[in-house]
Design a binder for this molecule. Structure first.
Ligand SMILES: [Zn+2]
Ligand SMILES: [Zn+2]
Length: 139
């Protein structure tokens, strides 16, 4: 069941505006994390200040409505929060981003504890390479 975007805002005491509802729609429909600029393009509104989009996204993050994703190029990207923990596959040729369904990093966290006494609180791991469409076709 998909919760109405208006409810998501109300539950977090965020002001409900048409643009915010639209931003949630765009984030939900996105198949990969979006930059503020990409999101603005998809809003289909003219003259939306990029700084405003960015601020709203950060407000969404602060309210745990969205998550910020760093994919190694220094540009923040955003996706809806509430998805289970996952990792991204980033194509360095065409920029496509896919999500890996499961995380198998647990054993490495165990290793960190066992060999270093280090308690891992969280991790971030992204993969860079070429996607299926960009891979050379095998003859
Ligand atoms: Zn690609
Ligand atoms: Zn993980």
């Amino acid at each position: 069941v998909i919760e109405p975007a208006g409810d998501l805002l109300r539950e977090r005491s965020l002001r409900r505006t048409r643009r915010r509802l639209r931003m949630i729609e765009v984030l939900r429909a996105a198949r990969r994390p979006l930059t503020a600029r990409e999101l603005r393009e998809q809003l289909g509104e003219r003259n939306v200040d990029l700084a405003t989009v960015y601020r709203t996204l950060e407000r969404f993050v602060a309210a745990s409505l969205a998550s910020r994703v760093q994919l190694g190029d220094g540009t923040a990207r955003y996706e809806m929060a509430g998805r289970s923990h996952h990792h991204h596959l980033v194509c360095t040729k065409c920029g496509a981003v896919e999500s890996l369904a499961t995380c198998q990093v647990g054993p490495l966290e165990d290793l960190a504890l066992r060999e270093h006494g280090f308690r891992v609180a969280r991790h971030s791991l992204e993969f860079f390479g070429t996607c299926q469409g960009c891979n050379p076709k095998r003859p």
